[in-house]
Design a protein around this ligand. Structure first.
Ligand code: HAM
Length: 417
């Protein structure tokens, strides 16, 4: 019996990792442009961190966390998201003393969800968290960053930015009551899951993926019940987006699946991904730092799912990196040693060199050279080893030349520009 990967979890194979690298490098460049620096938090944390931050009644905490007890009897879990860890780190490091604190993270997250297209049990998020600024300017800058990232990898055209306001503790309580009253009046028409949500977290009913759409049209909307401060914040955000010329759509039914949001919530939604269509999502969480025991600090952030971005990204971007030189060696151990010396000298000069290490005749080795996609092949045989020369072949034209090994780096520089 061979052992296979766990359901919903997969390898990123060498054929694909070039695309990942491309995406990560582009993202890192843009994050640096906006002043974000990387925060690397552990992949496991105390279970309580997420229970408190993400919310006891959220799907993530109720059904999706990988929870285990360590040998000391402590309840730990694999992180299902990055915001709670960033908040923990913010509080632990007393970062409120020098605001703003801008951080990004990039790495695997874990959720026990039903695997499907674009949904995995181990997936990768790139997330940003910005602590300090209270106004809508920060929200707008963050959305500009998300859209720039999507443009940079060529998928902005397939994505719509949706925004909403979820209010604050002042206005959400009364709204929640109105919503609950309304939903109670149509309870019989709700799906079973929503009937349960109605008791515990009525806002989540708005997020129902079942056939409740018609029902939800008549529902009271948070946006019509915002307090003065929240309404001004949302108006301010819309004004900034308009001035920047950033395309957006107001989605009054967007609620998000995590409980920590205040005011702004947003999602970047893609066509062509099916049900799992959010490529990025986030919002403001002004109350979370204080709730978690820190000095009250406003914050806003988002995370994007890298697997989903890669599903949308053009196939041609970030392909495998071919060697510049393939080194073919035909001869005894002495010749092979000479060949290895040549390869090392070229690498020392900065070239990507793949050396043929498994023997075989010249013909079969040349076949490997062709398959490697290297534009140049260096061939070393008995005669070359004796005379301290090499044979250099330009693969496209087939041109061959013999030259002293001492002149090889110079010649390769000429040919590769
Ligand atoms: P989230 O909406 O749970 O938010 O996840 C953010 C993004 O992660 C999603 O839009 C999606 O692209 C990706 N994602 C989530 N679950 C999966 C999965 N099972 N498989 C593949 N991709 C997935 C958060 O996690 C918040 N922490 C975002 C945030 C940061 N809010 C403020 N700061």
């Amino acid at each position: 019996m061979t052992i296979q990967t766990v359901r919903g979890v997969r390898d990123i194979l060498p054929e694909e990792s070039g695309r990942w690298l491309f995406l990560e490098e582009r993202a890192r460049r843009i994050l640096a442009q906006y002043g974000y620096r990387e925060l690397r938090t552990p992949v496991f944390e105390r279970t309580e961190l997420f229970a408190r931050a993400v919310g006891e009644t959220s799907d993530i905490v109720e059904k999706e966390m990988y929870v285990f007890e360590d040998r000391g009897g402590e309840s730990l879990c694999l992180r299902p998201e990055g915001t709670a860890s960033a908040v923990r780190s913010f509080i632990e490091g007393s970062r409120h003393r020098s605001l703003p604190w801008r951080v990004f993270y990039l790495g695997p997250m874990f959720r026990y969800e039903r695997p499907q297209k674009g949904r995995f049990r181990q997936f990768h998020q790139l997330g940003c968290e910005l602590f300090g600024p209270e106004g809508p300017l920060a929200d707008a800058e963050m959305m500009a960053l998300v859209l720039r990232l999507l443009r940079e990898i060529g998928i902005a055209g397939a994505v719509t930015l949706e925004i909403n306001s979820l209010g604050c503790p002042v206005c959400r309580g009364p709204y929640r009551e109105r919503l609950t009253a309304h939903l109670e009046s149509v309870r019989a028409a709700l799906c079973g899951n929503c009937q349960r949500r109605l008791e515990r977290n009525p806002l989540r009913v708005l997020d129902c993926k079942e056939e409740n759409a018609a029902l939800l049209e008549a529902v009271p909307q948070m946006r019509d019940h915002l307090c003065g401060g929240c309404a001004a914040h949302f108006q301010g955000l819309v004004g900034h987006l308009e001035r920047l010329g950033l395309p957006y759509r107001i989605n009054p039914l967007m609620v998000r699946g995590l409980d920590y949001y205040h005011r702004t919530a947003f999602e970047a939604v893609a066509e062509g991904l099916g049900a799992q269509n959010a490529v990025a999502a986030g919002g403001r969480y002004d109350g979370l730092v204080a709730e978690m025991g820190g000095v009250a600090t406003s914050a806003v952030g988002f995370a994007m799912g890298l697997e989903r971005l890669l599903l949308l990204m053009d196939e041609s971007l970030g392909g495998a990196i071919a060697p510049e030189v393939y080194l073919v060696v035909a001869g005894d151990e002495g010749v092979e040693g000479y060949g290895l010396g040549v390869a090392e000298a070229l690498r020392g000069a900065g070239f990507r060199v793949e050396m043929h290490l498994t023997g075989g005749g010249m013909k079969s080795q040349m076949k490997h050279a062709g398959r490697s996609q290297a534009p140049l092949t260096v061939i070393v045989g008995q005669q070359e080893a004796q005379e301290a020369t090499v044979m250099l072949k330009q693969m496209e034209s087939g041109t061959q030349e013999s030259l002293p090994v001492g002149g090889l780096v110079e010649r390769l520089r000429q040919l590769t520009g």
